[in-house]
Design a protein around this ligand. Structure first.
Ligand code: SF4
Length: 265
């Protein structure tokens, strides 16, 4: 037997009529979403095929945060060398903490941004020493990911968005895609990041849900290698780039005569 409907029927008379323009806008937004998803999937496939590392170096939380500072805007090789220098040229992290920024900068050698990174390394070591009375951040990992991120954001003013996202991805078991300037340049040229947006946090948030957590490290390592090998700031080498088939910038550059090409961002 049919049960009486407990709710009166909704009065449809006051329902706003759907504007066909909005429907078209929604469809366009959906198309953009789908295109972005497809492009990122293709980018991920190419990067994994070409660059997926066999192993990822595991480091404790503090060391991962410090490495994240060094890795921003640098290749893995440059950051590895600089990190190794800090560990071998100084007795321990306390000696790094009490050293002059110029001494740390010298140890970082040819690392891009060494002058700006050296005081950040000291600042993080100083903050961890004042907070934990030792050189370890393992305790923050025990308080849950959300709390750990909040602590890093609130208490470590020298930790950049990139370094925190790097730590989330590599040491805290969370999902984040650390984006530095070369990666952002590359993703904007691929049209998967908004060209007019310069807020790193919002750029990161706009693609994190398209890349599965388990593929995050391969995505970041591959993007960094691709930016260093092909997607240079000036005159990117689109002809040789393995992503040229999926890249609107690469396609446009191919069709432009060399002397009329716009200067890359
Ligand atoms: S095709 Fe050119 S612009 Fe596009 S990702 Fe490759 S190097 Fe960069």
């Amino acid at each position: 037997m049919r049960q009486p409907n407990p709710m009166p029927p909704t009065d449809r008379r006051n329902i706003r009529r759907i504007d066909p323009q909005e429907v078209r806008g929604d469809r366009r937004a959906m198309a953009t979403f789908t295109n972005k998803q497809q492009t990122l999937q293709q980018v991920l496939n190419v990067l994994r095929r070409r660059y997926e590392p066999d192993t990822l170096t595991q480091r404790p939380v503090l060391e991962t945060l410090l490495y994240g500072i060094l890795r921003e805007g640098a290749t893995a090789e440059q950051a590895d060398r600089a990190f190794d220098n800090l560990q071998t040229r100084f007795f321990d992290w306390n000696e790094v903490r009490v050293s002059e920024a110029a001494e740390i900068e010298a140890a970082l050698e040819d690392l891009p941004g060494a002058a700006e990174k050296a005081p950040r390394v000291i600042g993080i070591l100083q903050a961890v020493f004042e907070r934990e009375f030792c050189f370890s951040l393992e305790d923050i990992a025990k308080k849950g990911l959300r709390n750990a991120v909040k602590t890093l954001q609130d208490k470590f003013e020298d930790a950049t968005d990139f370094a925190i996202a790097w730590t989330v991805q590599r040491a805290l078991g969370g999902h984040a895609l650390p984006l530095d300037a070369p990666s952002i340049r590359c993703l904007k040229r691929l049209a998967v990041l908004d060209d007019t947006d310069d807020d790193v946090e919002s750029l990161r948030a706009s693609i994190e849900h398209f890349i599965p957590k388990s593929k995050g490290p391969a995505f970041n390592e591959g993007l960094s290698r691709l930016a260093a090998e092909f997607c240079w700031a000036e005159e990117p080498s689109c002809g040789e780039c393995p992503l040229r088939g999926d890249c609107p910038t690469g396609q446009n550059r191919k069709s432009e005569p060399r002397n009329t090409r716009l200067k890359p961002r």
